[in-house]
Design a protein around this ligand. Structure first.
Ligand code: CUO
Length: 687
């Protein structure tokens, strides 16, 4: 009989027929004759005998009535799937609904097995992942990482060729050496944007982005249950997570002696930054199309994608959204006003701007952010005359590789900031914590105080399960990425009351302007603040000392979850680690917690605040909720773990008398100057 984890085998080798051997055990699905596709009718048994035969584990699949799959089957098997396309989202939404509504596990695995060879593999993977993550009986399954299944969306096509060659030549013998994924391969130093390759093309950052959009789907099919979209403050989190990406990207740019990213405000200007991904889609057997320097956006009209959108559409939506922000309300489909107030306003705007199915008026405010991705993703072939698929901007697994992603999202963030700018500044009573004083903050890394160090590290990943139609073998790829020396924060705080109190410690940092050791204007600096951590402390009467490790950060997932190998490092059954690792791929990768800095040191201002936890707390049980990267990802099936606005206390303009950060400080806050130094050396992680 099939067990629940057998569902995960359906992710393995995404384009191979379902009857081929799967997983470490080389298990076979024994499928009913009626489930076979025309391509392989009546040959599956012969193939199974040839590949393995009697010794393999066999999973018997029951023949059951199969729901109508005609909608998700509309997308061709080799087409490029994009969650930014409405037609694809609709097809995926239909399949997600089919999978989530099936009453029993037995029916789910039977229908999924039937669907696997009939549906576009990327759409199938996305829909099954979303469904498993949201079904009560499967949400604790540990899903494979998308980079293991679709390595072609993460690494150089030349490496794909080398891995394929090794898998064929080795034929089951373990590879003696890892295959080196080159650094610096997408452009030369003539392209100034190229110095950011290590951020844009980082495996963990792109995995985080894919996971985020998987956890927060944009829409469901019309009429379907909206609960998978309608999550606590999902519009606000769309704003905040992407705002933090831009703040982090700008800190990396400063590390590389570059100015802030220029928002794509003018949709008519040629886009200076080109991008040549150097990746081939294994599924489509086609290269990801490039975008040349100085490409202009034009209307996209591609009947093949049921897609027609003009640059003017996007401008119209933008103008209507700005008008709503300035009026302080939006208008829903019944023509009723909904106030954009200081509590819910940003959440409503997030859903309007993205746009998600929760937008109160899609006809009026449109689909601005998604269609921006689309205009950029098809700018090389807007009318499909060359029969080209979308570029990297068309997919959440690949979009962050492209410099224009940051220009587009800097514009999206400007729209949100227009709303935030109009809110009244926080009053002192909303910021202080009477009786609590932060006396001292120190950052310690090895034997250094207030100095952080970054360097290059090499880690290994096993991507073999994504290489289809090749002999099974473990081939390791070696990736070079940024890393920092682990550090701790030491915080001394006094509670002058005579009873214990609880506090929420909030840690942010921002670079000093132009890399010089001077203060920036807080009105500007607040947008550069990177959230590093947030945690609860008990303050006993008198002096308290708290020590917190960088690896505990509430924005990151541990290193092992980014570079994990599904077959190895599996935590023990029912252990706390296993609870934590269930579908917890969403989270900023810990190896990218700290910006690169400069060889001569880059000055930052680190800010610590202890707010009154009684005002911030959300009373809920968070066990098993994937709660270790809650700041950027929320907590699964729970409320966002902070009652304050995301980004508090820097999400609003400061009072006029707070010109620089020093003026903003209250006794429950403290700052310390730190420097981040980059050492140009490479360490191996795995030896
Ligand atoms: Cu994450 Cu534009 O939303 O890519």
């Amino acid at each position: 009989m099939a067990n629940k984890t057998d569902l995960l085998l359906l992710f393995d080798h995404p384009t191979e027929p379902v009857f081929m051997d799967k997983g470490k055990e080389q298990a076979f699905f024994e499928i009913p004759d009626s489930y076979e596709t025309d391509n392989y009718k009546k040959v599956s048994k012969n193939v199974q005998n040839r590949v393995g035969g009697d010794k393999n584990r066999v999973i018997f699949i029951k023949e059951l009535p199969v729901p109508d799959l005609s909608i998700p089957m509309t997308l061709g098997r080799t087409d490029q799937f994009s969650v930014f396309l409405k037609s694809h989202r609709w097809q995926a939404g239909n399949l997600i609904e089919i999978f989530t509504k099936l009453p029993s596990f037995e029916e789910l695995i039977s229908v999924a097995v039937y669907a696997k060879d009939r549906i576009n593999p990327a759409l199938f993977n996305y829909a099954l992942s979303v469904a498993l993550a949201h079904r009560g009986d499967t949400k604790n399954l540990r899903l494979p990482t998308v980079s293991e299944l679709f390595p072609d969306r993460f690494i150089d096509s030349q490496v794909i060729r080398t891995v394929s060659e090794q898998l064929f030549v080795l034929e089951g013998t373990p590879s003696p050496d890892p295959i080196i994924i080159p650094v610096n391969y997408t452009a030369s130093d003539m392209d100034p944007e190229h110095s950011l390759w290590y951020f844009r093309e980082d495996l963990g950052i792109n995995l985080h982005h894919w996971h985020w959009h998987l956890v927060y789907p944009i829409e469901v099919t019309p009429g379907a249950d909206k609960s998978i979209v309608d999550k606590d403050r999902r519009g606000e989190l769309f704003y905040y997570m992407h705002q933090q990406v831009i703040a982090r990207y700008n800190a990396e740019r400063l590390s590389n002696y570059m100015g802030k990213v220029k928002a794509l405000e003018d949709l008519d200007e040629p886009i200076a930054e080109g991008y040549f991904p150097k990746m081939n889609s294994l599924m489509a057997s086609r290269a990801y199309p490039p975008r040349f320097n100085n490409t202009r956006l034009t209307s996209v009209d591609r009947p093949v994608n049921q897609l027609k959108v003009s640059v003017d559409d996007v401008k119209r939506w933008r103008d209507r959204i700005y008008q709503a922000i300035h009026q302080g309300f939006v208008v829903d489909v019944k023509n009723d006003k909904i106030a954009l107030d200081e509590v819910k306003g940003i959440d409503i705007l997030g859903n309007i701007v993205e746009a998600s199915a929760l937008s109160p008026n899609m006809a009026l405010y449109g689909d601005m952010h998604n269609m921006g991705h689309i205009l950029l993703a098809y700018s090389h072939d807007p009318d499909h005359r060359h029969l080209e698929a979308h570029g990297v901007m068309g997919d959440s697994t690949t979009a962050m590789r492209d410099p224009v992603f940051y220009r587009w999202h800097a514009f999206i963030d400007n729209v949100f900031q227009e709303h935030k700018r109009l809110l009244r500044p926080y009053e002192v009573e909303e910021l202080n914590y009477p009786g609590i004083q932060v006396l001292k903050v120190e950052v310690n890394s090895k034997n250094q105080t207030n100095k952080l160090t970054t360097f290059w590290q090499q880690s290994q990943v096993n991507m073999s399960r994504g290489f289809d139609f090749l002999p099974r073998s473990n081939v390791l790829a070696q990736i070079t990425h940024l890393q920092h020396v682990p550090f701790t924060y030491t915080i001394n705080a006094v509670n002058s009351a005579n009873a214990a109190r609880f506090g929420y410690v909030r840690i942010f940092m921002a670079p000093k302007p132009n890399g010089r050791n001077v203060s920036s204007f807080l009105a500007e600096q607040r947008l550069a603040m990177i959230e590093l951590d947030k945690f609860v402390v008990q303050l006993n009467p008198g002096l308290n000392t708290f020590v917190r490790r960088s690896t505990e950060s509430s924005v990151t997932i541990p290193y092992e979850r980014t570079f994990r190998n599904l077959d190895e490092n599996t935590p023990a059954k029912n252990s706390p680690e296993e609870q934590e690792s269930f579908f917890c791929g969403c989270g900023w990768p810990n190896h990218m917690l700290v910006p690169k800095g400069r060889p001569e040191g880059l000055p930052f201002e680190l800010f610590v605040m202890i707010s009154n936890y009684d005002n911030d707390r959300i009373d809920q049980d968070t066990v098993g909720g994937c709660n270790d990267a809650g700041s950027y990802c929320g907590i699964r099936d729970r409320k966002y773990p902070d009652r304050r606005s995301m980004g508090y206390p820097f999400d609003r303009m400061p009072q006029l008398n707070a010109v620089v950060l020093k003026d903003f400080l209250l006794p429950n806050m403290h700052t310390v100057d730190i420097t981040i130094t980059h050492e140009d050396r490479t360490e191996k992680r795995f030896e």
